[in-house]
Design a protein around this ligand. Structure first.
Ligand code: TXA
Ligand code: MG
Length: 522
């Protein structure tokens, strides 16, 4: 098909309207993103939209109008809250869902009994809709799954040869799609955040809920309130990962990575190729530039992209919602004190895993070492232990570790008491030294309740015979003693259930296992 590229001249906009009225497809700019329009009342024309985009047929389209009075015929009725929102925000970047009237066919509504309606503010958009003289169904004018187009050139990239015409009307003002709110149920719910924020909506109609899928992704068996929520979205070819960190930590992290691309804010200081999406603390600039930035990264051939995290407030919620989908919900949380919590069975070979991770640039925080140092130097801890376990555990003013072990490992209760005293000291000492990418090497990770302070948990396990051999050789103890020590520990099932990753150290491909894990989490 030959696609006409039109301008925003009167004559071209008239032509665009006529093409739509007669069953054709025309892409045109709106203040949010470019839309791909067809006559909403013509089922065959609407079907062509789904084809051109490669869009699943159960994902309904938004119906666009040019005048407020064109809303009523599309719906069963307009309730008070809907009317208040129309008065406050139409024309503008807000879409309202209500029960549909019989004028709305099932192709537009994706088989639902509701319809989404929006009146754009953009002059070109309204001129096209007015010239068409009918309600215009228009999803974003991108290939399904790709970032929505905010410039005519991206529409041409995706739609040339698939649609009748594309109106080049310059760059879009907001850059993210409209806010979608449903007023068809008991309570108003935001199904997709946009430039009309939750706060703005609440100032007009009172409490508004935000669908959980907006920021969190959907549970596997959850039914989508809005079919668009369940599809992969805004995805560039590159793998995008969001980094939850402040500016400096983000910069240090990105600069430590190989072959990285940065999707960052203006002024961020990174050594790798970068694309900026707006300024920190300026959510409107981030919204305007995000999709453009994602497309640019593809043009640059990026394979791995680390993105700065937007705030989730105001229009930032819309930016975060789009970015988290582009990232397939992957967030590296560098705000946790420890990147990796490493634990596992005694004798399973944790030390070797530490060595490998250190080579990869992780800082290792060895809890056993911290315990030894605390016993040596921490007078506060010494006095607490003396009060708890008696003067016998002190020798020449210092803790006698053998005497302490005799007193504290005598029975379960004493052991627990010792742990509950020592663990908090270890946690704060490790936290004080944690910086950048670090591994908390903690045999007692779970006992010390440190799991929530780690971004990811790795447990190292090994078959019993291998552990037995290692422990007896390493510590010069008998089989019996080794077995007793092993039985005091968590089971393999426990480690499996409480860890993000399990390394099985039975001599085979251990380096590969470690590499795969760090590749996956960073
Ligand atoms: O800013 C925008 O809204 C742009 C411009 C072109 O107006 N349009 C747009 O359309 O983003 P689209 O099709 O890409 O996104 C429409 C979203 C989808 O997530 C869809 O599932 C949801 O709105 N939607 C449409 N009708 C619905 C309905 N009846 N119930 C629930 N969700 C609906
Ligand atoms: Mg879309």
């Amino acid at each position: 098909m030959d696609t006409k590229i039109l301008t925003a001249s009167q004559a071209d906009l008239k032509l665009a309207g006529r093409i739509i009225r007669e069953g054709g497809l025309v892409a045109f700019p709106t203040e949010t993103v470019y839309g791909l329009g067809a006559n909403a009342l013509d089922e065959n024309a609407v079907r062509r939209i789904y084809e051109a985009k490669g869009r699943p047929s159960d994902n309904p389209l938004i119906v666009h109008i040019a005048r407020k009075e064109d809303f009523a015929p599309l719906v069963e009725s307009i309730n008070d809250k809907a009317q208040a929102l129309i008065d406050a925000f139409f024309p503008g970047p807000l879409t309202i869902i209500l029960k549909k009237s019989e004028r709305i066919n099932n192709t537009v509504s994706g088989g639902l009994d509701t319809v989404a309606v929006r009146m754009p503010e953009n002059e070109t958009a309204r001129a096209v809709i007015e010239a068409a003289g009918c309600p215009v169904a228009a999803p974003s004018a991108n290939t399904s799954g790709l970032p929505s187009p905010t410039k005519a050139k991206y529409v041409i990239d995706d739609m040339n040869g698939k649609v009748d015409a594309i109106v080049d009307g310059g760059d879009c003002e907001f850059g993210v799609e409209s806010t979608v709110i449903t007023l068809a149920g008991d309570k108003p719910v935001i199904l997709r955040p946009g430039a009309v924020t939750k706060e703005m909506l609440e100032s007009v109609i009172g409490e508004v809920e935000v669908a959980q899928a907006v920021t969190e992704g959907m549970a596997e068996n959850e039914k989508a309130q809005s079919p668009g929520m369940k599809y992969k979205h805004y995805s560039p070819r590159a793998r995008v990962v969001i980094v939850n960190a402040d500016k400096e930590d983000y910069e240090a992290f990105v600069n430590s990575r190989k072959k990285a691309f940065a999707l960052c804010f203006e002024g961020d200081n990174v050594n790798c190729p970068k694309v900026c999406f707006g300024r920190e603390r300026d959510d409107l600039s981030q919204a305007r530039e995000l999709f453009d930035a994602l497309r640019k990264l593809d043009e640059m051939g990026a394979t791995k992209v680390y993105a700065r995290i937007p705030s989730k407030t105001g229009v930032g919620m819309a930016v975060y919602n789009r970015l988290i989908r582009a990232a397939a919900f992957q967030v590296i949380d560098l705000k946790k004190p420890f990147t990796i919590g490493l634990t596992g069975q005694t004798g399973a070979g944790k030390s070797y895993v530490c060595e490998r991770l250190e080579k990869q640039g992780f800082k290792i925080l060895d809890c056993d070492k911290y315990v030894r140092e605390l016993y040596e130097n921490n007078t506060g801890l010494r006095e607490i232990l003396r009060a708890e376990f008696g003067d016998n555990i002190i020798e020449n003013g210092r803790i006698d570790r053998r005497a302490l072990a005799d007193a504290a490992f005598a029975d379960r209760e004493s052991t627990d008491r010792l742990n509950s005293i020592v663990h908090p000291f270890v946690v704060s000492a490790c936290e004080a030294d944690a910086k950048g990418l670090c591994v908390l090497d903690a045999p007692q990770l779970f006992e010390a309740k440190m799991q929530d302070k780690c971004y990811k948990i790795i447990s190292v396990i090994a078959p019993q015979e291998i552990r037995l051999k290692r422990i007896t050789e390493r510590d010069g103890i008998s089989c019996e003693q080794a077995k007793q020590r092993m039985s005091a520990q968590h089971s393999e099932e426990f480690f499996r259930a409480h860890s993000d990753f399990v390394i099985i150290n039975d001599g085979r491909d251990i380096d590969k296992q470690i590499e795969n894990i760090t590749e996956e989490i960073l």
